[in-house]
Write a protein that binds this ligand. Structure first.
Ligand code: BG6
Length: 475
């Protein structure tokens, strides 16, 4: 009973949210670099405001982030101290191919990650590598229009071939695209898309999605060819949709929303477009540019495991429902009246994690991996310098308990759990530092002030004990 032996406990970060060093060692500029802190950020991320370079009057937190580019040894040592079995991180595409379309990679970028992976292994930590975590080289956006263009499939194939060859023996767990379904909410972040007034937005999105799905299948194939030990996962922002009530219109609304999300993993884990998606494209008159080769590549190269982030469940209601709607909410626009919410308004629903695990396992029957889960909260430093983040411990405890129930009582096959994020870093949605997730505090504020010094929060010792007891001791 309990967590299986070899369960992969750890934490997850993304290059653009922690590395900094945005122009060092030949690195090129990416979409994620030019996303400012503040209210404009979401408009840029959604492709509604074009920002392809640094503009005056904005603070760009990714430039320095938490400076992990220079401090990774120290940070990985802290992860080692907590007993991490795995560390999920992402490669910055522009460190390897600064423009994205070069023939040859940038050796300095490759060497950086090699040193980082060696460091992980020195601490007994298995790297879990996201190939793209919301990043796309600016040059590929300017010249090709981002993932709209099929040419990006080739550039991505070149990128992954270099990574798999170079890190053979150092990395065996790979994720192709972070939260691939977030392209629907954040098309600039997800696919480097900025829309023209005259453009058919739906078609540009559908083509970009298709190109990413095909690229993902190619990556899976190349990974297996280079080393049969490689395991490649797909990754979505998950959280099951609940109908607001048992009114059939609400139930149908939840089903439609779920399908829009599952669509991605359906293709990546099953190998073909589900019927509802084919019909939807037909209805909308959209041609994604599927070739015979695409069909075959998708069918023959499904993901080895299904990974996902879980922060909250979502709720859906039919058009005539009196449900309270929250425009622009990330996790569905309907407020679930039964759930408490975080300081940032994200619903807190540990049982929803068990439900989501069951939904995904029922649907795919593939091993699952929770690669993000955590609570963004403001931390207070006590007079003696300590940070007593019991709220974070409570949140994680309840979610870990829920996943233990899913394993023990429902038989879900779960490979591991990486919290978002083991160390404070900049928020993807807001660019803030004050939305903190870490077991490790970083002295930096929303305006980029602070020493960047690291310190352990109360949750640090707690998570260390959880890992040491393989999830037995959650007290
Ligand atoms: C996920 C992303 O959407 O959620 C991460 O993969 C992100 O990059 C995390 O940081 C938490 O979101 P936020 O906006 O609180 O940073």
């Amino acid at each position: 009973m309990g967590f299986p032996e070899g369960f992969l406990w750890g934490g997850a970060t993304a290059a653009n949210q922690c590395e900094g060093g945005y122009d060092e060692a030949g690195r090129g500029l990416a979409n994620v670099d030019v996303m400012p802190h503040g209210p404009e950020r979401l408009r840029v991320a959604a492709g509604l405001r074009k920002m392809l370079s640094f503009e005056s009057g904005f603070h760009y937190p990714a430039k320095v982030a938490i400076d992990m580019y220079h401090r990774y040894r120290h940070d990985i040592a802290l992860f080692g101290e907590m007993g991490f079995k795995t560390y999920r991180l992402s490669i910055a595409w522009t460190r390897i191919f600064p423009n994205g379309d070069e023939e040859e990679p940038n050796e300095e970028g490759l060497a950086f990650y090699e040193k980082l992976f060696v460091e992980c292994h020195r601490h007994g930590i298995e790297p879990l590598v996201t190939i793209t975590h919301f990043d796309c080289p600016i040059h590929l956006i300017r010249k090709y229009g981002g993932w709209r263009s099929r040419q990006l499939i080739d550039f991505y194939k070149r990128l992954v071939s270099v990574l798999f060859e170079r890190y053979r023996g150092l990395v065996r767990y790979w994720l192709t695209f972070n939260e691939i379904n977030m392209i629907l909410q954040l098309p600039f972040m997800g696919a480097g898309l900025v829309f023209d007034e005259s453009e058919n937005k739906l078609e540009a999105e559908a083509r970009s999605i298709h190109n990413e799905l095909v690229a993902s299948a190619w990556a899976t194939r190349i990974a297996h060819e280079v080393d049969s030990k490689n395991l490649v996962g797909c990754m979505i922002a998950a959280g099951s949709y609940y109908p607001y009530s048992c009114h059939p219109e609400d139930v149908r609304a939840a089903q439609v929303e779920s399908q829009a999300n599952y669509f991605f993993t359906d293709v990546q884990a099953r190998g073909s477009y589900p019927a509802f998606a084919v019909k939807r494209l037909e209805r909308d008159g959209i041609d994604v540019g599927m070739t015979d080769e695409d069909h075959q590549i998708l069918a023959e190269n499904t993901a080895d495991f299904v990974s996902f982030s879980y922060y909250a469940s979502r709720c859906a209601a039919g058009p005539d429902s009196d449900a309270m709607r929250i425009p622009g909410d990330f996790f569905g626009e309907v407020r679930n009246p039964y759930l408490k919410r975080s300081e940032w308004g994200w619903a807190i629903d540990p049982l929803g994690l068990r439900i989501t695990l069951n939904d995904l396992y029922d649907r795919y029957q593939k091993p699952l991996f929770i690669v993000e889960n955590g609570l963004g909260a403001k931390d207070r430093i006590e007079a003696d310098g300590s940070i007593l983040d019991d709220y974070r411990i409570d949140y994680l405890r309840q979610h870990i308990q829920a996943m233990r129930d899913a394993i023990d009582q429902d038989g879900v096959d779960l490979m591991g759990y990486t919290t978002w994020a083991p160390i404070d870093l900049i928020s993807a949605s807001t660019g803030e530092m004050s939305k903190r997730y870490g077991f490790i505090y970083v002295d930096r504020d929303d305006d980029g002030e602070g020493t960047l010094a690291r310190s352990r929060k109360k949750s640090f010792e707690w998570y260390k004990r959880v890992i040491a007891t393989n999830g037995e001791d959650l007290s």
